[in-house]
Design a binder for this molecule. Structure first.
Ligand code: UD1
Length: 346
């Protein structure tokens, strides 16, 4: 009988990461995957489009839980996931990253004594006011197999006394990027859709709670971006996340001339723009690395990052720092076979 792994996803970056492993699960003779989608991201351009583009199988369970405060969202997920786990009796539960879906999944599993596998373990921003930092720390402390994308992540865990079941496997987002670059060759519709793009543009994303919980924080970022655009003679393309969209609407905010807001992008569209962008400005974690994968310099619109090697290697800088360090290559993220390594370990 095959070993049953329940995978829990809910938010955009998790769909991308899960796609790399789902392909391998489908070909495995010893493992079977049961997919739970919590519903955290539910709009079709935040969810369905990722499943379609990345050929992710339809989830066996869609819990339809979203919105509300963190406690309510996480609590409702915890209850619903527990019910599924009791029914499916999995051999392990697989969670990705640092969202509320990650925490709910890892907590539900560990309370039922089901081993937890955490992909993207060990990352730390050391900023406990970020909901993601709480989710990461708690998930790591109930996990049995901790799969780290970087060596820094391994030592972060060591510093918290976690050494058992810890492996450095590289970054599945690099595997996903290689897949996207390959797939883009066949997507002429995307180049057609974006033929209006200016020659010199930079890609902006802003969605973190810290950046969007108040209009003042958001305006501060927009002022920085506008100055950046002027100083670098670049135009800014800004696909707007639904959270940010709400803020802009409620505050009747109007963008400065240099910033062009557009609809949220699909995964392949994001890589299409990344390939052409002169700079990336972002408060997202994933995009900092994706910028590096395309060798585009990044400015992180936060006062710290968990992806410290992008800063050390001179491809990323915090917006509070004026200069980049000397550029070099990053070896930590692996060579595009992290998903295979993970399947072997499981
Ligand atoms: C979540 C993760 C964050 C991750 C991000 C990726 C947590 C705490 N945060 O942030 O770590 O970087 O996903 O995108 O889990 N909304 C919609 N439709 C959607 C999705 C969201 O309208 O399909 C709106 C809702 O108003 C929702 C708000 O956006 O309340 C925020 O969504 P939520 O999932 O709570 O957090 P994100 O900001 O997306």
């Amino acid at each position: 009988m095959k070993k049953r792994i329940v995978t829990i996803v809910g938010a955009r970056p998790q769909f991308v990461k899960a796609a790399t492993l789902s392909r391998l699960f489908q070909n495995s003779s010893i493992l079977e995957e049961v997919l739970i989608h919590t519903g955290q991201h539910h709009d079709s351009n935040m969810s369905d489009i990722f499943f379609q583009e990345l050929n992710i199988p339809k989830p066996s369970y869609f819990l339809d839980i979203q919105g509300g405060n963190h406690g309510k969202m996480t609590g409702r997920m915890l209850e619903a996931i527990e019910e599924v786990l009791l029914k499916e009796k999995p051999d392990a539960v697989l969670v990705y990253g640092d969202t509320n879906s990650t925490l709910a999944g890892s907590l539900a599993a560990s309370k039922l004594h089901v081993p937890v596998i955490h992909i993207e373990a060990g990352l730390r921003s050391f900023n406990r006011s970020m909901p993601e930092e709480i989710n990461r720390v708690l998930t790591d402390h109930v996990s049995d197999i901790l799969l780290c994308p970087t060596k820094t992540a391994v030592s972060n865990l060591q510093n918290e006394g976690i050494t058992k079941g810890v492996y450095h496997v590289g970054d599945v987002m690099y595997d996903a990027t290689l897949f996207a670059i390959d797939s883009l060759e066949k997507r002429l519709d995307i180049s057609e859709k974006f033929k209006w793009l200016p020659n010199d543009f930079s890609l902006l994303t802003v969605h973190r709670a810290d950046s969007t919980d108040s209009i003042e924080s958001f305006q501060k970022i927009m002022r920085f971006v506008h100055d950046f655009a002027k100083n670098n003679k670049t135009e800014i393309i800004f696909p707007v996340h639904p959270r940010t969209q709400k803020l802009i609407k409620n505050a009747s905010y109007e963008f400065p001339k240099s910033i062009h807001s557009i609809d949220i992008l699909s995964y392949f569209e994001t890589h299409f723009l990344l390939r052409k962008a002169k700079h990336v400005l972002t408060d997202s974690g994933g995009l900092q690395k994706e910028a590096y994968f395309h060798r585009v310099p990044c400015v992180t619109l936060r006062s710290e990052t968990e992806w410290v090697e992008t800063i050390d290697a001179g491809w990323n800088r915090l917006w509070t720092e004026p200069y980049y360090r000397e550029q070099k290559e990053i070896t930590d993220y692996g060579s595009g076979n992290s998903a295979e390594k993970i399947i072997q370990l499981i």
